[in-house]
Design a protein around this ligand. Structure first.
Ligand SMILES: *Cc1c(COP(=O)(O)O)cnc(C)c1O
Length: 367
């Protein structure tokens, strides 16, 4: 078959092992998954309340324009409905942007290391990928990224806060960058963890999208809203940009239940605030543990922390799994001696820390 050549070197996304598999293999009763930055507190109870009212008429296609969700979101964000594009998760928006702007002969600039889907899609679409190492602080090196932009660049990806480091770019550095990116290069600002941010010099991305016509901001209901299973994300940009992107979107990409669930979730901002506060407490607990044991970590604006254990990240990962905690090894994320830990509930965080303490103790004893 006449496959795109680049497909032959790609591998499919490897989903983590299921909780059931891990339970069986290690003979465990309970598994705590702190690997995918999901919300340990679930989602707003208002979501389930709303879903219970669903009358069972599933034969009809969803509203392809997601009118009610779009209007609710526009009101909540104080933007116009025409400045929004909805996706089947923000992954879908990343795919649309790639499909719309990337092809052989074009290039795209991104950080290394950052969220893997930018590169994955760029490779599928045949564009050259230019990866710029993060700074020592784990932040995007925006001046260096700027230097990589040339007349064939069509998209620059900025993940802030960044996955997997949890770090962000300050308002001044981002604005300085945006001012210098040529008008015909799209800047994608992926803010999947926006609702977790507390830094004071963090920018207002939606305000920036009003100022810069070549900026699109991506957000999602999968993280703090705890609705990952519904697959709903959105992009905000000026209406001309959105209008040009819209034909790429699959007509019914946001399903009916997702539209209902997210509308209910928007109305419960107390839930969001509460999750942020509890997440901070979890982060502080983990930071204190790291400091006590001399482990380096990147201070995080998200619900995860990348911790450097100065040993093979896979070893830490395996040890934790044997003891009932699934985290993400830093090895495939580009940080071979680290693991990425999602903040859980108080009980989960304390349990994890106990296992980590035991791991460090055994390591020390073995020397
Ligand atoms: C989780 C995540 C996404 C994808 O979110 P979905 O809306 O579930 O597709 C996008 N970007 C980053 C940086 C993420 O961590």
């Amino acid at each position: 078959m006449k496959w795109k050549e680049q497909l032959l070197n790609l591998t499919a996304y490897q989903p983590g092992r299921t909780i059931e598999e891990v339970k069986r293999e290690f003979n465990l009763e309970k598994i705590v998954k702190l690997a995918s930055n999901e919300n340990p507190f679930g989602s707003s109870p208002k979501v389930l309340e709303e879903l219970k009212k669903v009358d069972g008429s599933f034969a009809l296609y969803p509203d392809g324009y997601a009118t009610n969700l779009r209007n609710a979101l526009a009101e909540f964000l104080q933007v116009s409905p025409q400045e929004l594009i909805l996706g089947n998760g923000s992954d879908d928006l990343i795919l649309m942007i790639s499909r719309a702007l990337l092809m052989p002969g074009r290039n795209t600039v991104m950080a290394s290391h950052t969220f893997g889907q930018y590169k994955h899609n760029a490779v599928v679409d045949g564009a050259e990928v230019r990866e710029i190492p993060l700074t020592a602080k784990g932040e995007h090196d925006l001046p260096a990224m700027l230097e990589q932009i040339d007349e064939n660049t069509s998209v620059v990806w900025v993940c802030s806060p960044n996955n997997p480091t949890g770090t962000y770019n300050s308002e001044s550095s981002l604005v300085e960058f945006l001012k210098q990116v040529p008008d015909d290069v799209l800047v994608v600002l992926d803010e999947a963890y926006y609702e977790y941010v507390i830094a004071e010099d963090y920018y207002d991305a939606l305000e920036l999208a009003k100022q810069f016509n070549n900026l699109i901001v991506l957000r999602t209901f999968s993280k703090i809203y705890g609705l990952a299973s519904f697959r709903v994300g959105y992009g905000v940009a000026n209406s001309n940009l959105i209008q040009t992107l819209e034909p790429i979107r699959e007509p019914f990409n946001v399903n009916t239940l997702g539209q209902i669930a997210t509308q209910a979730a928007i109305k419960d901002q107390d839930f969001v605030t509460n999750c942020n506060i509890r997440n901070r407490e979890g982060l502080e607990l983990l930071y204190a543990f790291c400091e006590e044991h001399g482990l380096n970590y990147f201070p995080s604006q998200t619900n995860f922390v990348l911790v450097d254990f100065k040993v093979d990240g896979n070893e830490v990962f395996q040890y934790l799994m044997k003891h009932g905690y699934i985290v993400r090894s830093g090895v495939p994320l580009g940080f071979p001696t680290s693991v990425r830990i999602t903040i859980g509930s108080k009980e989960e965080n304390e349990g994890l820390i106990n296992v980590l303490a035991k791991f460090l103790q055994e390591k020390a004893a073995a020397i």
